[in-house]
Design a protein. Structure first.
Ligand code: NAD
Ligand code: TDX
Length: 343
C-alpha cells in the first residue's frame, strides 16, 4: 500500500536539489506540509524557497547534528527526506572535516531521531559511492555494484549509506536510499561545473576545464530527481536502494562546448586547468529497477533543451548568483593552476 505522508521534514531544503524537491511537493501534493531543516551554510539560500505559501512550508534554521533540536522538531512528522550534506568534491579535497561531520555524524543523528520517534527516512545519496567506470566499459552502475568511493566527499556519502542500511536492518528504521547521477538546472551553486562555466561567460571570463576534459557525467534535470524521490518515498519498498538516472551521459568537453556555443564563443575559448586529484573518470546509471518497479520516467529527456533553459535562467537571475560568485572564484584561485590554451 502506498505511504501517504502529510507532514515531512526536508533537510537541506535551502540547497539546490532539496529546494527543488520542496517546490515539487508544494506544486504537486497539496495535502503535504513541509518543514525545511537547513543550517544555511554557504550553499544554503532561503531565496531558493522564497514565495512559497507560509501555511505549506516552514523554515527551521538549524544543524542536523543538533540532537536537542531534532528532539523538538521531529515528533509529529511522518517522514524525513534527507538532502542536507556538504556536496562539493573540490571542497572535500581542500578540507574534509565538515564532510565527516555533516554527512556522517548528521546522518547518524537523523537515524537516531527516526528510531526514537518511529519516523520514516528517505536518504538521498549519490552515484559517486560506486567509484568510476572506464570510458569504454559497457557496464553501468546498478544497485548491486560494490561500493568503491574515491573522494573524501563520496567516501562520507558511502559511509552515510552504510549507516542507513545498518539502522534499517538492526533497529528496523523504515528507510529507503536513492543514489542519483549529476543534477543540473536552476538554483545550482556557482561552484559546480555547469553554473560555474555559464556565470564565467556572463562575466566575460574563460571557462575552466579539468584534466583532458574527457571525463563523463550522467546528467539528470533536478526536477526529474525530485519526482523520482517522491516515487520512492511513497511507493518504494522499505530497506531498498534505488538508482536514479536519465540516460544522460556526456563528456565534460562536450557540455562545455555546448555552453560556449550558447554564448556565441569558439569551441576552444576556455582554459585547461590542472586535474582534480582522484578525479573519477565516468559515472553511468542503470535506472531499470526504478522504472520497472515504480513506473518512474524522466520528463526532461532533451539535454540540449534543458541546458539552454538553464543558461537562460542564469542570465535572468544574476541577483541570485552574483553574491556567491567572487568568493567562489577566489577560493578556486587558491586550488587551481591555470594553463591557458593561448600560452
Ligand atoms: P547543496 O550543497 O546545494 O545543498 C546542501 C544544503 O544542505 C544547503 O542548503 C546547506 O545549507 C544544507 N546543510 C549543509 N550542512 C547542513 C547541516 N549540518 N545541517 C543542516 N543543513 C545543512 O547540495 P545539493 O547539490 O543540493 O545536494 C543535495 C543532496 O543530494 C546531497 O546529499 C548530495 O550528496 C546529493 N546528490 C547531489 C547530486 C548533485 O549532482 N548535486 C547528485 C546526487 C546526489
Ligand atoms: O570548473 C570545473 N571544471 C571542470 O572540468 C568544475 C567545477 C568541474 N569540472 C569537472 C569535474 C567533473 O568531472 O566537471 C565535472 C562535474 O564537476 P562537479 O560539478 O564538481 O560535479 P561532480 O564532482 O561530478 O559531483 C556532482 O555530482 C555528484 C555533485 O557535485 C555531487 O554532489 C554529486 O554527488
Amino acid at each position: 500500500m502506498e505511504f501517504e505522508p502529510k507532514n515531512i521534514i526536508v533537510t537541506g531544503g535551502c540547497g539546490f536539489i532539496g529546494s527543488n524537491f520542496v517546490r515539487h511537493v508544494v506544486d504537486n501534493h497539496p495535502e503535504v506540509h513541509v518543514t525545511v531543516l537547513d543550517k544555511l551554510t554557504y550553499a544554503g539560500n532561503p531565496e531558493n524557497i522564497a514565495g512559497l505559501p507560509a501555511d505549506r512550508v516552514e523554515l527551521v534554521v538549524g544543524d542536523i547534528c543538533d540532537e536537542d533540536l531534532l528532539d523538538r522538531i521531529v515528533p509529529g512528522h511522518d517522514a524525513i527526506v534527507h538532502y542536507a550534506a556538504e556536496s562539493h568534491n573540490d571542497n572535500s579535497i581542500a578540507d574534509p572535516g565538515p564532510f565527516l561531520r555533516t554527512n556522517v555524524e548528521g546522518t547518524f543523528r537523523l537515524l537516531e531521531a527516526c528510531r526514537r520517534f518511529g519516523v520514516r527516512l528517505h536518504h538521498v545519496s549519490t552515484d559517486e559511492v560506486y567509484g568510476d567506470l572506464a570510458l569504454d566499459d559497457p557496464a553501468r552502475f546498478t544497485e548491486e555494484t560494490p561500493y568503491r568511493p574515491s573522494s573524501p566527499y563520496s567516501s562520507t556519502k558511502a559511509s552515510s549509506d552504510m549507516l542507513v542500511r545498518a539502522w534499517a536492518r538492526t533497529f528496523g528504521v523504515r528507510a529507503t536510499i536513492s543514489n542519483c547521477s549529476n543534477n543540473y538546472g536552476p538554483y545550482q551553486h556557482v561552484e559546480k561545473f555547469i553554473p560555474r562555466q555559464i556565470t564565467n561567460l556572463i562575466d566575460g571570463a574563460r571557462p575552466k576545464l579539468y584534466g583532458d576534459g574527457l571525463n563523463v557525467r550522467d546528467w539528470i534535470h533536478t526536477e526529474d530527481h525530485s519526482s523520482a524521490v517522491w516515487a520512492i518515498l511513497t511507493q518504494g519498498r522499505i530497506g531498498e536502494t534505488y538508482l536514479i538516472g536519465a540516460d544522460g551521459e556526456r563528456s565534460n568537453i562536450d557540455v562545455l562546448r555546448a555552453i560556449l556555443e550558447a554564448f556565441g564563443r569558439g569551441p576552444d575559448d576556455f582554459d585547461w586547468v590542472r586535474d582534480r586529484p582522484g578525479h573519477d573518470r565516468r559515472y553511468a546509471i542503470d535506472p531499470s529497477k526504478l522504472r520497472r518497479e515504480l513506473g518512474w520516467e524522466p520528463a526532461h529527456t532533451d539535454f540540449a533543451e534543458g541546458l539552454a533553459e538553464t543558461v537562460a535562467w542564469y542570465r535572468e537571475h544574476e541577483a541570485w548568483w552574483r553574491p556567491a560568485k567572487a568568493a567562489t572564484e577566489y577560493h578556486y584561485g587558491s586550488i587551481e593552476c591555470y594553463i591557458s590554451l593561448r600560452d
